[in-house]
Design a protein around this ligand. Sequence first.
Ligand code: GRF
Length: 210
Amino acid sequence: MTPPADRLRVGVLVSGRGSNLQALLDASRRADYPAEVVVVISDRERAAALDRARAAGVETLFVNPKDFADRQAFDLALVRELTARRVDLVCCAGFMRILSSAFTRAFSGRAMNIHPSLLPAFPGLHAQRQALDHGAKVAGATVHFLEDGAVDTGAIILQSSVPVHPDDTEDTLSARILIEEHRLYPEAVRLFAEGRLAVEGRRVFVRGEG
Ligand code: GRF
């Protein structure tokens, strides 16, 4: 199937397993989906996510942070690669690096991240463990726009909650949240591609709802 020429061009940044990437790749295969993944970039050469992209016939790049003098130079290299491929939207999907303003400025309003908590609760690493340690009764997933110089902040696009069960481990809770992540991320990209996200300050409104 040849995708329609006017589909939104998505670049995905990964570091690891790539299950969220897979959800985006699977969505891209649907004829009526308004976006397609055109490049997957990893900062780790052996990320399983790269195999998923190759299997889907999507271009992959390994950009080695060690080849650059500092974070900004690395981030600018990412910007160059993405821009060269006319990427409209960047999706971080398990990308384990903090992007500097060199990146967020270039893709302001055009870069998203997914995080396994109901932000602003539990930003940073091990969000699911943080939720368990705090005795949270609900947990969930958040898709948000990237914000300059901050981690897991930025205007919230979509969220979904899941219950925390008394016998949950980090693994069982993560698995329950992941199901929501795989549903939310393609949905957020679809809304962006359809021009249905309106950002006012920190609030993102979805047009044509309710
Ligand atoms: C996901 O839980 C995502 O929310 C977080 O890192 C994990 C990446 O998983 N940022 P995967 O690589 O998409 O499977």
